[in-house]
Design a protein around this ligand. Structure first.
Ligand code: PLP
Length: 382
């Protein structure tokens, strides 16, 4: 290798090694080891087309992909016989897929989503040119059920496509899908579709003893889950899951590659299915249960440490998102914290240790120039 190229690569690697232990604000697990999969980097593999159908492009990991989709079906309580899905480039693509299917089923439907919904959804709705209405959020990040009721009531003549948050980006809030279904029932809205954005919590709720309502048995019609979040992967990835009968509406047969075109993108990553599959093989569902429990324990530790230091931190039940007043820009930068308005959050992913939390709390306590919100009287909303 050219020495200059080597130097650039070495420097980049050192930078990542230095940064990754301080990666506290975003829900990307850094604790994984896929070196066993390195030999697969030698092949141009591609999962284009429907993973449940044949393809002329045989350098693929469709079989592995199907196995992963069916694991997600189990986790989301969708029977394997009725399940269809594919592995995506991440949560955004999964949300676009779910809303696309909803829009195809109800072309004149109105999409309802809360203020706390991930920023990508507004863009997705523009791309889909779907009618939509933003619903107020409560202070705790959950959708405002009264506003949702009133808004659907006024638009009762249109099918309702609900974009439910199963773990919001900033506050980890979970919209109560049972209550949402109750609203639809009360208003006698029979044409409805629920897409769930379970980017992070889709890999948490299946592993806790008392989850908030989630899953197809609670009315999901589709769900998006990220792969690089709780599972962990060097490449962004995720899953889109829905029911077989819905997908038949969008399928087209493409002669050129001999595939059924049911996915949003054409060429698709064939390595990330391998990574997700490998993670499930190696850890097993029991392994993920203890990983998730560890993250929740660290989150509780963080809330206690912050509160014991006089900082009003809080989190939702079953959430690894610890919310606290936005600290100084130096601290935000040092710990790569995510902030929005006057709050910031730490997300206790598997690579975050109690020692890391101690350091973040100490830095917050000792900061020189906190942001104005720091001094305001913060009242945790839960
Ligand atoms: C709730 C939620 N939905 C969707 C996304 C988008 O996921 P991705 O970055 O995998 O596209 C995120 C990302 O953080 C998220 O927090």
């Amino acid at each position: 290798m050219d020495p200059q190229t080597q130097d650039r690569l070495d420097a980049l690697l050192r930078n990542f090694e230095e940064l990754s232990p301080r990666f506290v604000g975003y829900p990307c697990n850094q604790d994984f080891d896929y070196t066993a999969l390195v030999p697969f980097l030698r092949y141009c593999i591609n999962n284009l087309g429907d993973p449940f159908h044949d393809s002329n492009f045989q350098l693929n990991t469709h079989k592995i992909e199907r196995e992963v989709v069916l694991i997600f079906a189990d986790l989301m309580r969708l029977s394997r016989e009725r399940a269809w899905g594919y592995l995506t480039s991440g949560g955004t693509e999964g949300n676009m897929y779910g809303l696309y299917i909803g829009r195809e089923i109800f072309p004149n439907g109105v999409v309802y989503f809360s203020q706390d919904t991930h920023y990508s959804v507004v863009k997705i709705l523009r791309v889909l040119k779907a009618r939509n209405i933003m619903i107020k959020s409560q202070d705790n990040g959950e959708i405002d059920y009264d506003d949702l009721y009133e808004t659907i009531r006024i638009n009762r003549d249109s099918p309702a496509i609900i974009m439910a948050n199963i773990g919001t980006t900033m506050k980890g809030a979970i919209d109560d899908v049972d209550r949402i279904r109750g609203i639809l029932d009360d208003l006698a809205v029979t044409d409805s579709y629920i897409h769930a954005d379970a980017a992070l919590s889709g890999m948490i709720l299946p592993f806790v003893d008392e989850p908030q309502p989630y899953g197809f048995d609670h009315g999901f019609d589709s769900v998006a889950i990220s792969g690089h979040k709780m599972i962990g992967s060097p490449l962004p990835c995720g899953a889109a899951l829905t029911k077989k009968e819905y997908v038949a509406r969008v399928a087209r047969s493409i002669e050129y590659v001999g595939v059924l075109d049911t996915t949003l993108t054409g060429s698709r990553n064939a390595l990330t299915p391998l990574m997700m599959w490998y993670a499930f093989q190696e850890r097993g569902l029991d392994g993920f249960k203890s990983v998730v429990q560890g993250c929740l324990d660290t989150a509780e530790y963080a809330v206690t440490r912050f509160q014991d230091s006089g900082i009003p931190a809080w989190r939702h039940e079953n959430s690894v998102t610890v919310v606290f007043p936005k600290p100084s820009p130096e601290i935000i930068r040092k710990w790569q914290l995510a902030s929005y308005g006057d709050i910031a959050h730490a997300i206790t992913m598997p690579h975050i240790t109690r020692q890391t939390i101690d350091q973040v709390v100490d830095d917050c306590v000792n900061q020189d120039s906190p942001s104005p919100s720091w001094r305001s009287n913060h009242h945790p909303p839960i």
